[in-house]
Design a protein around this ligand. Structure first.
Ligand SMILES: NC(=O)c1ccc[n+]([C@@H]2O[C@H](COP(=O)([O-])OP(=O)(O)OC[C@H]3O[C@@H](n4cnc5c(N)ncnc54)[C@H](OP(=O)(O)O)[C@@H]3O)[C@@H](O)[C@H]2O)c1
Length: 452
């Protein structure tokens, strides 16, 4: 029989020496996060949702083995609430991201730590209630469509007192996607925001061999130092109503970027323009994409160099045309200074053109696609990016920096989770929830499966 009760901690100890002060600081910090205390059973078998073949519903197994901790940095968690993601239905429908059958899905949750990590000095302790973005889909122990799940400490975010469990369960994937898109693909440094990470600095100062080979180029060369997005730059978010856009807009705003959000105004206009934390500088209706491109170009006459698409290849194509490129009219002037005089018929004497190698290259634009990128008609001077999501679980320095920063943002109220737009009951309710997502009935937030 389990007896869990909210842990209350007193911070009344007198700071008579440095050690007491450190201890007191730790107690105060702990008081900002949710935890429970008691004895935690860890049964041998559990319920899990299994996918046995593509285009099939998940099936409930009641005698699946509880996953086992394999490394000192791993925790065992009891799953409390699961956020449902598009990939949970797209994976089975399109046979995407499923390494083997039977497969266990589920990419984010809030859970209770029932077995702490063996590694010392971890932020995370037994009894802590934590958010886990489970990006490591190849390791089924870490999937969250099951009652118990494994997570690495550096992929675990303590849930602050001010954040409800269900809201925490839908924040993680969007947060990781947003930070990596802005921080790696666009080069935003979050150093001045609650001591956030400068991700380019982190990945460019570790042994390059430790970076997974398929994302090494993106990490090391994706954006040049001189091209990094900084306060005042425009970022255009196409698919501005999505959960990932919800978090990206907040982080971009904290970094001082100017935001254009392209979304279906009939469906989302009022919510997006009246919710202070996600209100863009300019909301553009997506109904007529050609017109949307014109509006964006007119609004960003100084040139927008950063784009984030959350919808797909086609919208990413429109976004591409909205960005500043070396072929666009506004760069013609700059080109003439690079290539020398254009009008051969001019009689005016001109000095010889400066050799190209002596002129620093103009900064490129950067387009990040969450779910597809254009393959043709890529203008000169625009670089295309996919989010290197595996950095989060494969590089502990990156995972830890993201998770510790997320805790600080939540505690300070600088990051507001997306809206919970519906609840389903337990693992048994997940197939029904995913069917609603397939039918496009879920918008403006996420569904949550609440487990007993
Ligand atoms: N590459 C990565 O690492 C990565 C990471 C995270 C997400 N993703 C992908 O990025 C995309 C956005 O993710 P998200 O979690 O932000 O999305 P989301 O919030 O779940 O949904 C975004 C929007 O998609 C539309 N939508 C919903 N159901 C749909 C359906 N059945 N068919 C067509 N459109 C539908 C809705 O727009 P309306 O309300 O206008 O209908 C919804 O607001 C997804 O495709 C996701 O799989 C990729």
């Amino acid at each position: 029989m389990t007896s869990w009760k909210l842990r209350t901690r007193s911070a009344t100890a007198s700071p008579s020496n440095a050690r007491t002060q450190t201890k007191r600081r730790k107690i105060q910090e702990q008081d900002e996060f949710q935890c429970v205390e008691g004895e935690f059973p860890s049964p041998r078998v559990q319920s899990a949702l299994m996918l046995h073949a593509i285009r099939q519903p998940y099936e409930l197994s009641t005698d699946h083995e509880v996953p086992v901790v394999q490394h000192n940095h791993e925790l065992l968690l009891k799953v409390n609430a699961v956020g449902l993601n598009p990939i949970d239905w797209k994976g089975p429908d399109y046979n995407f991201g499923i390494p083997t059958f039977p497969f266990i899905s589920g990419r984010e949750m809030v859970g209770t730590v029932i077995e702490a990590a063996k590694a010392r000095n971890s932020r995370i302790h037994k009894g802590d209630i934590v958010i886990v973005p489970s990006t490591d889909y190849r390791d089924f122990r870490k999937a969250v469509f099951q009652q118990y799940s494994i997570a690495s400490t550096f992929n675990t975010i303590r849930l602050p007192q001010n954040t409800p469990v269900n809201s925490g369960s839908i924040l993680g994937v969007a947060f990781v996607s947003a930070v990596l898109a802005l921080g790696i693909c666009m080069g935003v440094s979050f150093g001045s925001i609650e001591s956030g990470p400068d991700l380019l600095d982190i990945v460019r100062n570790i042994d390059p061999e430790t970076l997974p080979s398929d994302i090494r180029q993106e990490c090391l060369k994706g954006v040049e130092e001189s091209e990094r997005a900084k306060a005042g730059d425009w970022v255009i978010i196409w698919g501005g109503s999505s959960t990932c856009a919800h978090v990206t807009k907040q982080l971009a705003r904290l970094a001082g970027l100017r935001i254009i959000s392209v979304a279906d105004s009939a469906k989302h206009g009022l919510r997006l323009s009246s919710t202070s934390e996600i209100r863009p500088d300019l909301l553009v209706d997506s109904h007529n994409p050609e017109r949307a491109v014109e509006i964006i170009k007119a609004a960003t006459s100084d040139g927008a160099r950063f784009g984030f698409d959350t919808q797909g290849k086609e919208t990413a194509g429109y976004l591409l045309r909205s960005l500043h490129s070396f072929n666009s009219p506004m760069s013609a002037l700059a080109d003439s200074s690079v290539k020398g005089p254009r009008h051969k018929e001019s009689k005016l004497p001109t000095p010889p053109a400066t050799p190209l190698e002596n002129i620093s290259r103009a900064p490129r634009s950067h387009l990040v696609g969450l779910t597809g990128l254009p393959k043709t008609d890529i203008p000169e001077g625009v670089s295309l990016h996919s989010v290197p999501i595996k950095l989060f679980h494969e590089i502990p320095e990156v995972g830890e920096a993201l998770c510790a920063w997320c805790e600080r943002l939540l505690v300070k109220g600088l990051l507001v989770p997306p809206d919970v737009v519906g609840i389903v009951d337990g693992l048994e309710g997940i197939n029904g929830g995913l069917d609603r997502m397939r039918r496009r009935e879920v918008r403006g937030g996420r569904l949550v499966a609440v487990l007993p």
